[in-house]
Design a protein around this ligand. Sequence first.
Ligand code: PMP
Length: 434
Amino acid sequence: LNPADTYTPLLQERKQFIGRNLSISYKRPLKIIKGALQYLYDDKGDTYIDCVNNVSHVGHCHPVVVKAMQQQIATLNTNTRYLHDNLVNFARELTATLPKELSVCYFTNSGSEANDLAIRMSRHYTKQKDVIVLDHAYHGTSTVAIGLSPYKFDGKGGFGKPEHTHKAINPDLYRGAFRYSDPEAGKKYAADVQEIISRLAGSGKGVAAFICETLLGVGGQIPLPPGYLKEVYQYVRAAGGVCIADEVQVGFGRVGNKFWGFELQEVTPDIVVLGKPVGNGHPLAAVVTTSAIADAFNNGMEYFNTFGGNPVSMATGIAVLKVIQEEEMQAHALEVGDYFLAALEKLKAIHPIIGDVRGHGLFIGAELVRNRETLEPAVPEIDVVVERMRDRGFLLSTDGPLHNVLKIKPPMVFTKANTDTLIAHLHEILLELK
Ligand code: PMP
């Protein structure tokens, strides 16, 4: 086989045996065979720095997490209808990181399943059906979660907006209706949610829930405008609705200043949904809510989840929390994140293609534009950047409705030295683009 055809048999079998609507990263696919912290290794012996993996939160194959999983899976893995210390130990430790009102846990196996459950709970609690989401959001792949995700239901192959879903404007301070220069932007974006609530009330309907990420991921790596959630949560609660924070992408210290994204907005949600990082790659997710909502959900129908809360998943969650705390990863994310943001700002001063740099901690976006006045998205330039960065050993991705935001969310162990090399290469590639 010539080197270009090395993967042909594997690609053919993938096409034959695996669902066809699964994409592959990069024009020349990567076959990664090993991971260690922020590094990934392919079958050709090349090393890559993983700059986008917020699933491997504390790092690929972190030895403390691996050991905890190995010990538990070699001892027992079973469902939650038997007593097991790991289940309550993890729930106790997890709730200790959250405001005291958020005190009851439900464990699931994916973020989609957790969002699905959160919506079900909100409907039991409020006896209402309607849900407000943000435009361009993604909340998962279950039937309910797709129905919460304009990114999917408005996109190719989507069935359009479900009857009970209502889209609020994406509060984008860079290219939205209200921008960085407007100190009232948060309030103005929040007014759109109030308008939806009023419209619903006009047709005799209430609100079951408002759900959004606390920094927008698929929406384009967007921190929420100051004061936005405070205002929105007030409106939603005044209408009897429940406020759900999707922390699947941003939780567990990633945003640096705070442990949770919602804390940046100084609010306490009624339901928090956790995913990706909680199991460091092991399929574990969670819904954490208040006693009142949990009691309303306890309505006679048992909630049982075959794999959710099993001893191996719980041992994994406990180990991940321990590593975040013992290795002081939140403080590290703040320090390296600030350093990264400052370095990107310097690049922005040199390269007009970088229109906006934003983020908190190690949740960062750089929006690429062809023109800083018109904000024309720099597509396909961004794909060239991502491909060339890969050639130089850096794995990045893109996000945002216009596909022009460079997404940076590395494992939390990413260092300043990693940042320096990434920035140096990015600078060279942007020069080449000219
Ligand atoms: N919510 C958000 C914000 C997500 O980014 C994702 C996954 N990309 C999900 C929910 C769904 O999680 P999962 O893929 O684990 O089902």
